[in-house]
Design a binder for this molecule. Structure first.
Ligand code: C5P
Length: 232
């Protein structure tokens, strides 16, 4: 695992998703299934994409009391996905419970990462709406340390924070980074964006790319551009 492009399949239905994945002719992207698709299609879409031999990041960002998250993770552990996540803001007890729920009786489990600060947020919003007045990098680092302390494998964060996390939390602690845009593309609702090339330089382990690929006329071509810029 490591150094890969994860394609965010933010589609409302299995039909739209599978038609999109059909365009990858021969390529086998690491696919992110998020809330929209999972709430619409349930576990069947996970099984269908797995049967195509693709890796899956199930991005449901669980955040609830420890018992509820642990029980939910126990159910999700049966889906055989490659990566899933929780919000670090749920705290260390919740993350430990998630990890326990995800661990099978033989000790094996899927990768578990924590969302730090959503890449759509910025310091102004954090100050005004969340009453967090610390600098964003400090908040992200603190979330990452808590996640690592709870035994998680890494965090979702901006590529701009990958360096700090590898330096201060650990070089093998995974950074999975959305907020990816090409220099000539639209940023949409993301605040802190980076190109695939810069994400590579900054040390991201995985980049998560949605609209630049899903809305492209030729998604395979854009995916291959991301792979070339980030992986090779
Ligand atoms: O379309 P776009 O490239 O902005 O998609 C980014 C994906 O990464 C979305 O599926 C979004 O939910 C997810 N994500 C994010 N920021 C985070 C965590 C997840 O954008 N901090």
């Amino acid at each position: 695992m490591g150094k890969d492009v994860i394609v965010a399949c933010d589609f409302p239905s299995a039909k739209a998703t599978l038609e999109f994945l059909d365009k990858f002719r021969g390529a086998s992207p690491f696919v992110k299934i998020g809330m929209e698709l999972f709430y619409s299609e349930g576990p069947a879409i996970v099984r269908e994409i797995k049967s195509r031999g693709m890796k899956i990041f199930l991005d449901l960002k669980l955040h609830d009391i420890p018992n509820t998250v642990g029980s939910a993770m126990k159910v999700l552990s049966n889906l055989g996905v490659d990566m899933t996540n929780v919000h670090a803001a749920g705290g260390s007890a919740m993350m430990t419970s998630a990890l326990n729920g995800l661990t099978k009786p033989d000790g094996s489990r899927t990768l578990l990462i924590a969302v730090t600060q959503l890449t759509s947020t910025n310091e102004e919003m954090m100050r005004k709406e969340l009453l967090i007045d610390k600098p964003l990098p400090d908040v992200v680092e603190s979330y990452a340390r808590t996640a690592q302390g709870a035994g998680l494998d890494g965090v979702v964060c901006s590529p701009l924070e990958s360096g700090i996390i590898h330096e201060k939390v650990g070089s093998s602690f995974l950074t999975v980074t959305p907020g990816i845009r090409f220099a000539d593309g639209d940023i949409g609702d993301q605040s802190r964006v980076t190109t695939p090339e810069l994400a590579k330089k900054l040390g991201s382990d995985y980049i998560v790319v949605g609209r630049p690929i899903t809305k492209a006329e030729d998604p395979l071509k854009v995916y291959e551009r991301c792979m070339a810029d980030f992986v090779s």
